[in-house]
Each structure stands twice: as structure tokens, then as C-alpha cells.
Design a protein around this ligand. Structure first.
Ligand code: SAH
Ligand code: MG
Length: 207
């Protein structure tokens, strides 16, 4: 795989975040496939781990990645929850702020020219978005209403033949929350064909 060189991989693996390397590589492959159709867009930048895998794919495909996040964390990232990291709290406000970490990751990976950070709430950005996407990666909030709203707002923007990737899909409730799995099931009924499954990452292709 020439489009993920050792340096870029080291930055991805070193970045804070919640994506094992095998899932990141599968995401990268989906990015290469989708990138020939249109730009890539992810919901949920956090500190940029998935953005590195997708950004490297965007570079190889000659397109860009838009990475959308309000950077204040999902419910499950807040203090007291399982996925909380006190280092990403801004001491001035007491709120999470992952934007500086994203910028650092993109700088280190040399991907600042192909990854465009969009700071805002996913559904607000979607309301003004019209460009068809070669790949949509859904990895934002995992509450059912939030995950479904992301899907409903963005899935219609995936181009025919484009990729939809969904993270944290667990069929068995014992393994994790069900919202991403319910989104995946809905996509299967709404014109997306399942393609790959790697850990909790699933990819589909728009028919
Ligand atoms: N893809 C990242 C992990 C994303 S974690 C990685 O590879 O590590 C989920 C992110 O979604 C958090 O940073 C949170 O701030 C963001 N998020 C949650 N709900 C959102 C919303 N409605 N709009 C924009 N971003 C949101
Ligand atoms: Mg995730």
C-alpha cells in the first residue's frame, strides 16, 4: 500500500483516538475507492486519527477530505464517561476542545493541504451542503437521535457509486451501543450495498 507511508502511519497510530490500525487501513481503502468519484467527508474529527487515514487516501486520489466536528466532544467523551481524556479539556472554559489536537495531527502528517477542517455541528453544515460526496464517514455522536440525524442529513449527498463508512457498528449489544448498527441497517434498506466489515468498521456502496 503505497499511499499510506510509514511516517503517515506512525502519526495515525500515535494520535489520540478510537480507531485500531486495521480499521484505519480499511477506511483508507474505502477513501481510495470513493475518492475517484468525489471528495471525502467525515463527521467526527476528534484529534485527527481517522482524518490521517482518509486524508492520505484523498491525496492519492487527487481530492480532499472535509472533516466536520464542533470539537466539544460527544456525550460519551465528556468527564465521567468511558471515553473521556482530561488532556483535551480547555482549562480556560472547562470544556473539551480537540481542534488544537486535530491541527497538530494534520501538521505532523503533512496533510494540511488536503484535509479541510470544518468547525461546526454536523446537521448545520449539512443544511448548506450540496457537493456530491465520494465517501461519507459517520463517526460523530453515538446517541441514537444524533447518529440517525447525521445519516438522514448526509446520506442523500453520497454520489451514486460512492462509499458510506460507519464506525462502531456492534451487532451484539454486549459489545457496544446499537445506534451505529441501526444506522447501518437503515442504510442497507435505503440504497446502500454492504461491502466490507473490519472490526467495528463497515463500508457500503451507494447503488
Ligand atoms: N473519527 C475520530 C473519532 C471521532 S469521536 C477518530 O478517528 O479518532 C466523535 C467526535 O464527534 C467528537 O470529536 C465530537 O466532538 C464529534 N461530534 C459529536 N456530535 C457532533 C455533531 N452533532 N456535530 C459535529 N461533531 C460532533
Ligand atoms: Mg468511532
Amino acid at each position: 500500500m503505497t499511499s499510506l507511508d510509514d511516517h503517515v502511519l506512525a502519526v495515525a497510530i500515535g494520535a489520540k483516538g478510537f480507531m485500531p490500525d486495521d480499521e484505519g487501513r480499511a477506511l483508507h481503502e474505502a477513501g481510495l475507492a470513493g475518492g475517484s468519484i468525489g471528495p471525502l467527508l467525515e463527521i467526527g474529527s476528534y484529534c485527527g486519527k481517522s482524518a490521517v487515514y482518509l486524508g492520505a487516501a484523498a491525496r492519492a486520489a487527487g481530492t480532499v477530505l472535509f472533516s466536520v466536528d464542533h470539537h466539544h466532544g460527544s456525550e460519551e467523551n465528556q468527564a465521567g464517561w468511558e471515553h473521556h481524556d482530561p488532556e483535551v479539556v480547555d482549562p480556560r472554559t472547562g470544556r473539551m476542545d480537540t481542534l488544537p489536537f486535530l491541527r497538530r495531527t494534520l501538521h505532523d502528517a503533512g496533510l494540511e493541504d488536503v484535509v479541510v477542517a470544518i468547525v461546526g455541528t454536523s446537521t448545520t453544515v449539512a443544511r448548506y451542503w450540496t457537493t456530491p460526496l465520494g465517501l461519507l464517514f459517520i463517526d460523530g455522536g453515538h446517541a441514537l437521535d444524533v447518529a440517525m440525524a447525521d445519516y438522514a442529513a448526509w446520506a442523500p449527498l453520497v454520489a451514486v457509486g460512492g462509499q458510506l463508512a460507519i464506525h462502531d457498528v456492534f451487532e451484539d449489544p454486549a459489545d457496544g451501543g446499537q445506534a451505529p448498527f441501526l444506522v447501518w441497517q437503515r442504510a442497507c434498506h435505503e440504497g446502500f450495498e454492504p461491502e466490507t466489515s473490519t472490526g467495528s468498521l463497515r463500508t457500503l456502496r451507494r447503488k
